[in-house]
Each structure stands twice: as structure tokens, then as C-alpha cells.
Ligand binder design. Structure first.
Ligand code: PA5
Length: 435
């Protein structure tokens, strides 16, 4: 969908016109119909498919009002959650926030968003509490099930801190719970204590929930326009629903290329970007695809890297290690700022040959050179070329990846909406803890 981004696949080493790919294209069309006509595996978890189209305007206003209310008295907002209950919000906030917000910028006036409940580090929580001692703060606890151990522990500890600092009543107006509409421990606690609540629809799984209040409330608190995010997703949805063939539908094309690369022995997809602000977005992508595809002994392993940083760590392996990966580059065309390389009369560092270039231009040339080297070294390359990155583009990207992920799961004939394997570590942990 050219308005937001383009998918380039000429370096994928696959020519989709080749008749040998016809059976795979047929399989893809079947997967697409399964998704759109809602008869594939896990079809009771397809609520995300229509979220942007049927977004309730009252809900949008409620989220914005609540975000402004919390922002009006908070220097920091702690978002407690793990997996799909925090990665989407974190990814979007990180992509949209300037690297070092200037004192006069709008973002500096918004509360700082802090994350908790996504690990079991005692030192992390201890140090967070020390920070909260000194800040006016609010808490958003996100858990669809309401029983996940990591966020539950963090919430118990932070709630105690909040109640000591602001009293039981005071803390109730500072805590927001986002959970299942009806059931679960968190819903019960929220009702009992009078917390403001929002719901994650029952038919939307955690990793597909970024366009629900789970993602949108923290994003709105950080000062971003959630209406534009939903609009971008809605535009992408229309495009993917209307264009039903692989030559016109970029999610179909991406899912098919990944599938064919996987069939040809490429078991790892390395998602890369040349802007560090994409780090968390790649984490979100890893969770979305990892939990959705990796089951029944199948699935592409989703990995991530930030270049050129990781060219100095993983670069050697990518170029010459096991030939098991392909690369998908999130390539950003337009920076917001221009910084030329200054001329130096002495030129001891021999950089004067670059003085006519901006750093962005050098970054692009690094990207081009890397792509050429990797492709020559047997690493097929897909490229998602973004003209710019703002709220609308992020919304479109989120929906594109969710849609592609569901198609990819169906191509592998797995249920892309469950995660039975996640239970294995929990079972052992609970047994060892004597639960
Ligand atoms: O995608 C998923 O369903 C998971 O990653 C969950 O989001 C994660 O395990 C957190 O679950 P919950 O929101 O129930 O605490």
C-alpha cells in the first residue's frame, strides 16, 4: 500500500511469476479466504480483524479523556504488563518519541511512561519504587487473563506503594485496570477497589491487542494521536480486504514470500532497521510471529537486529555463518533532521570525502551496501520501505503485520491465535514454587 509503505522483494531470490510457485499461491488464496470468511483455526479470536473498522468513537473519547486526566497529575505513569499486554504500547511510543525530547517539546510535558511486570527482577522493581518515591504517578495494569505471574507480582508491590503514598481512596483514582470485560482476578480487584477499567475484547488475544485500550491508553498518555493510529490501521484493512490477489495485496505477498523462503530452508527471519527507535517494534514483531507461528514443530524463528550497530556484532554471522536466514528490512526514507558532516582542514580522520553528505545519506548507503553483501552471501532480502513514520504509518504497519501473521499461521496450518507452549515453563515454575 504505497501511501504508507512499499514491500520490495526483488532481492528475495524468488520470482513469483515462476509457475513452480502456483501451488503455494493457491494455498495462500485458501489461507486468505479462511481468514476473511473466518473459518480457519482459532476463528473465535478474530476480533482484531475488524477493530479499526468498527472502532467505537465513544471509547476513543473515553481513552483520550482518561489519558488527559492521568497526565494532568502524573509525572510518570507505570504500565504493568507482559508480552502482548505491553510490547505494542512500548513499540509505538518508542517509534514516535524523539530520541532526546527537547525541553520545550510537547513530549516532555507528558508523563514519562515506565514499564513494569515484564520481568522478575527484584532489583528492577526496587529501583522503580525508589523512583516512584520522588514522583507523582499513576498506574495502568494490563492483563487479559488477570492472573499472569509477572504483572501480578509487580502490581501487588506497586499497589502497596501507591496506597501507602496516596491512601486507599487516593490510589484508587490513580490506578486503571485493562483486562477481560467480565472475568478474571484483575476485573474482580478493580470492581472491589473502584478502579477505572477498560476492556480487552474477549475475541482479541494479547499480541493482537495494541489497537485496544491495552495499547491505546498508554500511547495517548504519551501524547500521541490515537485516532490517527486507528485511521492508518483502517486504511490498511480496507486495502487488504479489497485487494484479494497476491500481486495487489502486500500482506499476501509478504506472507507468501516468507513461506516460500521457509520451504527453501530459511528458518530464521531477521527483522532489521537502521533507526534505533525501531528496537521495540522489532520486539513486538518477534512476539507476534513467534507465538503465532512457532508450534507443532513448525515456524520461522523471528529474530531482530538494529543496524549498523549490530553489523559490528551479528554481521559476521549473517554474512558467513549457517545459511539459514533471510532478512526483512524496515527501511525509513525520511529523517526529521538534517546533520551534514563538517569539513575539517586537517582531515586526520579522512572523512572529508563525506562532507557533501548528510548522516542519513550515509546510513542509506550503509543499508544499500549491506543488502548487496548479504544477498551475495546467500541471505535473501525483503524490504519494507517507509516514506516517513508518524501515527498513521504506525497504525498501518501494525495492521499489516497482524494480518500477515495470521495468514502465515494458516499457510503453516497452525492456529495463529493460541500459545499452548507458553504453559510449559509456568507449570514447572509453579511446581517448584509449591503453588
Ligand atoms: O499474546 C498473548 O496472548 C500473550 O503474549 C499475552 O499477552 C501475555 O502472556 C500476557 O497475558 P495477560 O495479558 O493475560 O497477562
Amino acid at each position: 500500500m504505497d501511501k504508507y509503505f512499499k514491500l520490495h522483494c526483488q532481492d528475495s531470490m524468488i520470482n513469483l511469476e515462476d509457475p513452480q510457485y502456483e501451488p503455494a499461491i493457491k494455498r495462500l488464496s485458501h489461507s486468505y479466504r479462511q481468514l476473511l470468511n473466518r473459518y480457519g483455526k482459532g476463528n473465535d479470536f478474530l476480533g482484531w480483524l475488524d477493530l479499526p473498522e468498527h472502532f467505537d468513537l465513544n471509547l476513543m473519547l473515553n481513552i483520550k479523556d482518561e489519558a488527559d486526566r492521568l497526565a494532568s497529575f502524573s509525572e510518570a505513569v507505570v504500565v504493568i504488563g507482559i508480552g502482548g499486554s505491553y510490547l505494542g504500547a512500548r513499540a509505538v511510543i518508542e517509534i514516535l518519541t524523539p530520541y532526546f525530547p527537547e525541553a520545550k517539546s510537547d513530549h516532555i510535558k507528558r508523563p514519562q511512561i515506565l514499564f513494569a511486570g515484564n520481568n522478575l527482577s527484584e532489583d528492577y522493581l526496587f529501583s522503580l519504587l525508589k523512583l516512584l518515591d520522588q514522583k507523582e504517578y499513576a498506574v495502568i495494569v494490563v492483563s487479559k487473563s488477570g492472573t499472569t505471574t509477572e504483572p501480578a507480582i509487580a502490581f501487588r508491590i506497586i499497589r502497596e506503594h501507591c496506597e501507602k503514598k496516596y491512601g486507599k481512596e487516593g490510589s484508587a483514582s490513580r490506578i486503571v485496570a485493562i483486562t477481560d470485560p467480565k472475568s478474571g482476578a484483575l476485573r474482580q480487584m478493580a470492581v472491589k477497589n473502584g478502579y477505572t477499567t477498560f476492556s480487552i475484547p474477549q475475541d482479541v488475544g494479547g499480541r493482537y491487542s495494541v489497537l485496544t485500550p491495552a495499547g491505546l491508553l498508554p500511547i495517548a498518555i504519551a501524547g500521541f494521536d490515537i485516532k490517527k493510529i486507528v485511521f492508518g490501521a483502517q486504511q490498511m484493512r480496507t486495502n487488504l480486504f479489497e485487494n484479494q490477489t497476491v500481486d495487489k495485496n502486500i500482506a499476501m505477498r509478504y506472507a507468501l514470500l516468507r513461506y516460500l523462503l521457509y520451504q527453501s530452508g530459511k528458518k530464521v527471519e531477521l527483522m532489521t532497521a537502521y533507526e534505533p527507535k525501531f528496537f521495540c517494534f522489532i520486539e513486538w514483531f518477534k512476539q507476534l510471529f513467534g507465538e503465532s507461528e512457532g508450534k507443532e514443530g513448525k515456524g520461522i524463528f523471528p529474530a531482530g537486529a538494529i543496524f549498523s550497530t549490530d553489523l559490528h556484532s551479528l554481521g559476521q554471522y549473517i554474512q558467513e555463518g549457517e545459511r539459514l536466514m533471510f532478512e526483512t528490512v524496515l527501511s525509513l526514507n525520511q529523517n526529521q533532521h538534517y546533520l551534514p558532516i563538517p569539513k575539517d582542514e586537517e582531515d586526520l580522520d579522512k572523512l572529508n570525502y563525506l562532507i557533501k553528505r548528510s548522516i542519513q545519506n550515509i546510513n542509506h548507503v550503509a543499508e544499500q551496501g549491506t543488502r548487496m553483501a548479504h544477498v551475495a552471501g546467500g541471505v535473501p532480502n525483503l524490504q519494507i520501505e517507509l516514506a516517513r513514520i508518524g501515527e498513521e504509518e504506525v497504525g498501518a504497519l501494525i495492521y499489516f503485520f497482524e494480518f500477515s501473521c495470521a495468514l502465515s499461521g494458516y499457510l503453516l496450518d497452525v492456529n495463529p491465535f493460541d500459545q499452548p507452549g507458553v504453559e510449559a515453563y509456568k507449570k514447572n515454575m509453579f511446581k517448584l514454587l509449591g503453588k
